[in-house]
Design a protein. Structure first.
Length: 255
């Protein structure tokens, strides 16, 4: 292997180890703050500060109740058919649209009754996709990485009723982020709802759990038969060399 290729491989391993080390010591709240701020800065040179993040578990009904009646609702496509949801209030939505259309965030009044469109949802897609990707990458090596990885913008939903019909997981992890845009010109909230997913059988998380029948099976007697070696010899030699009750004699009689 060439020195350049070897250094590249070693560099990738070092970066993976560093991410795993950082993930073990980083909370979900801090990771989401960094993901949102970094994404807004890279995309639009926008100063986005997350003032606070709360993380909690909700069931389906609690998710629907948490959706604002005037919020923009976006379906998130996840791995293996998993579906999440993003809820964005009008202040955050307006600021993101402004920075992409007029290159600045204003303090003009927000039209709370304006009908939201697919264009509004498409304007939010870069921030949502970038933040979700960075969040999952930052938490690589964390026990919850499986719950965060693989989500991206899907489609706009009309209202909370449509969301209630689509969401099908038993539980959801809700990330509520209070966001400050452009040094306080706009302040609002964005919430991500990601479903609780069962670990796949081929992932490290799957092998660390306790099986449903472990306690019962641990009390069952088990017999282990092992074949240490196989010796081939003529039958007349085996009857002469082996004692009647020996293992070799029993093996010879069965041939």
């Amino acid at each position: 292997m060439a020195d350049g290729a070897r250094n590249d491989v070693l560099g990738q391993k070092a970066q993976a180890a560093q991410r795993a080390y950082e993930a073990r010591g980083m909370s979900l709240s801090k990771a989401l703050r960094r993901a949102l701020s970094r994404t807004a800065d890279v995309l639009w040179d926008l100063a986005l500060v997350t003032q606070s993040v709360t993380v909690e578990m909700l069931d389906q009904d609690e998710v629907v109740e948490a959706l604002g009646p005037r919020d923009l609702l976006i379906l998130l496509d996840g791995p293996e058919g998993a579906l999440g949801l993003a809820s964005v209030d009008r202040q955050v939505l307006t600021g993101v649209v402004e920075v992409q259309t007029i290159q600045q965030v204003t303090q003009m009044p927000v039209e709370e009754d304006r009908l939201l469109t697919q264009t509004d949802a498409a304007m939010m897609a870069p921030l949502i996709d970038g933040a979700l990707t960075r969040l999952a990458d930052t938490m690589e090596g964390h026990p919850l990485h499986l719950q965060l990885d693989g989500y991206r913008f899907g489609a706009m939903l009309e209202d909370s009723r449509a969301a209630g019909l689509i969401l099908d997981a038993a539980g959801y992890r809700a990330f509520r982020a209070e966001i400050d845009l452009a040094l306080g010109r706009r302040r609002g909230r964005m919430t991500l709802f990601l479903p609780e997913r069962k670990p796949r059988q081929d992932t490290p998380e799957a092998g660390r759990g306790v099986g449903p029948h472990e306690e019962r099976l641990s009390r069952v007697a088990a017999r282990l038969d092992a074949k240490l070696a196989r010796i081939t010899m003529p039958k007349r030699d085996s009857t002469r060399r082996c004692k009647p009750n020996s293992t070799k004699a029993r093996t010879a009689r069965t041939r």
